[in-house]
Design a protein around this ligand. Structure first.
Ligand SMILES: Cc1cc2nc3c(=O)[nH]c(=O)nc-3n(C[C@H](O)[C@H](O)[C@H](O)COP(=O)(O)OP(=O)(O)OC[C@H]3O[C@@H](n4cnc5c(N)ncnc54)[C@H](O)[C@@H]3O)c2cc1C
Length: 400
């Protein structure tokens, strides 16, 4: 009877897990092992680009790639993991409850933004977390020109000064001027609880971000606590109201809720602690990867971040190791020593740093060129060609 590796999620981690598992089983000529991806859509949604325009184009179809590599796709949304019975209950495309059994399970269902952290954020704020919500924000921005002018129309408030907040904030001044007219004076205000810009990042990186924001006219409200988002804008804890029709929420990323169904340790973001082979302790046949996994990247105490940089490599390792465990091969220890940061800074350019110390290597146009090659090539799925796909899915092949 055939065995099955079931992968939940077709994002960066899930897609690479499938290709990597298919690579190893094919190398060992094991056509008795099925690799099955279960996800709502057979497409990779390129979340790191959701602050850009034309959001609807930021998807890449996966069926041609899965077809040439022998990966099976099942459309649906997983609802319940029954680890004892080794099966996953899911809603299929017809919204019926049905079940898929597994021999090895890979949880790769990603993350979502928490919008319940501040009163009114869920009802009144926009976000760029998922394709649908990013589309809604883009449509809203595109029709701002039709709204009556005034401070609420002309002000965008970005809640949170993390990487996502900065990328969208620095992208907007130019876009807003195009929409509201060259003579307009749009304001983009980043509201941040910390007392400095990017408090956890290197001084060098912070300086570049500060300079770019100054030149672009992006304002920062530091040490500011948001008490409420409402129909008029945001209310700060100190009582000030910043009027805005466009409040963008970027704070509080949380691992997908399926992680809660396993009796295993999770971190503050809900990620499952995994061992060096990306298995969930206590469940020999369950692995976690990408944004749902808290994995050590080296022996120095660094841990994978919720980034596609890490999700891609975590995916390649997890697929390999899930296949190893069915093939009785020695698994590989997940290691990803190199870490880089490449942050888009709108019309100013970008900034690129290397290492966990974030040593700045490139800025402005040079960094922007690199950013574009990362976001429009490097993180995209490989060509639908079996040999190329398997070569790139090798967890030991060079990445960054
Ligand atoms: C606006 C924004 C900007 C970002 N910028 C960067 C950046 O510059 N650099 C960077 O490295 N990272 C960036 N990231 C983070 C990066 O996108 C994530 O870390 C990455 O997508 C994680 O990959 P993943 O495969 O774990 O999850 P995802 O890519 O989110 O994929 C999850 C998959 O699981 C599926 N799924 C969800 N629930 C279920 C279910 N119940 N059943 C079955 N399938 C399910 C989804 O449909 C999807 O296919 C950014 C993210 C956002 C939102």
């Amino acid at each position: 009877m055939k065995q099955k590796i079931l992968i939940l999620g077709a994002g960066f981690a899930g897609m690479w897990a499938a290709l990597s598992a298919a690579r190893l089983t094919s190398m060992h000529q094991r056509s008795d092992i099925d690799i099955v991806v279960l996800a709502p859509q057979p497409e990779l949604r390129v979340r790191p680009r959701f602050y850009e325009q034309k959001v609807e184009t930021l998807v890449s179809p996966l069926l041609p790639l899965f077809n040439v590599t022998g990966v099976k796709f099942v459309q649906g949304e997983a609802q319940r993991i029954d680890a004892e019975a080794k099966c996953v209950w899911y809603r299929n495309a017809q919204n019926e409850s049905t079940v898929e059994h597994y021999d090895r399970l890979v949880l790769a269902t990603g993350s979502h933004l928490r919008r319940d952290l501040v009163k009114g954020a869920a009802e009144h704020a926009f976000d760029l977390d998922q394709l649908e919500t990013a589309l809604r924000l883009e449509q809203h921005i595109n029709q701002l020109g039709q709204q009556p002018d005034g401070p609420a129309r002309d002000t965008v408030v970005v809640c949170g000064g993390g990487f996502t907040g900065i990328e969208v904030a620095t992208e907007l001044p130019h876009r807003l001027r195009q929409i509201l007219g060259e003579g307009s004076a749009p304001r983009v205000i980043v509201v941040e609880r910390g007392d400095v810009i990017g408090g956890r990042w290197s001084e060098e990186l912070r300086d570049v971000i500060r300079q770019a924001c100054d030149e672009l006219g992006v304002e920062w409200r530091l040490g500011a606590e948001i008490a409420e988002v409402n129909e008029q804008g945001i209310l700060l804890a100190e009582g000030e109201l910043i009027e805005s029709n466009t409040v963008i929420w970027t704070v509080g990323v949380q691992a997908n809720g399926l992680t809660e169904q396993l009796a295993a340790q999770r971190d503050a973001q809900g990620r499952l602690h995994v061992n060096e082979f990306l298995q969930v302790p206590g469940y020999d046949d369950i692995f976690a990867t990408g944004d749902v996994a808290r994995a050590a990247t080296d022996d120095k105490g660094n841990v994978a971040l919720m980034t596609c940089q890490h999700a891609i490599m975590l995916g390649r390792f997890v697929g390999h190791n899930a296949a190893c465990s069915l093939l009785n091969l020695e698994p590989l220890t997940y290691r990803q020593v190199n870490y880089v940061t490449c942050l888009d800074l709108g019309n100013w350019g970008a900034v690129y740093s290397e290492g966990w110390e974030q040593e700045v290597k490139l800025t402005r146009g040079e960094a922007k060129k690199l950013k574009l090659s990362i976001t429009s090539e490097l993180i995209y799925p490989p060509k639908a060609d079996r040999q190329i796909a398997f070569e790139t899915a090798d967890p030991l092949a060079a990445f960054v």
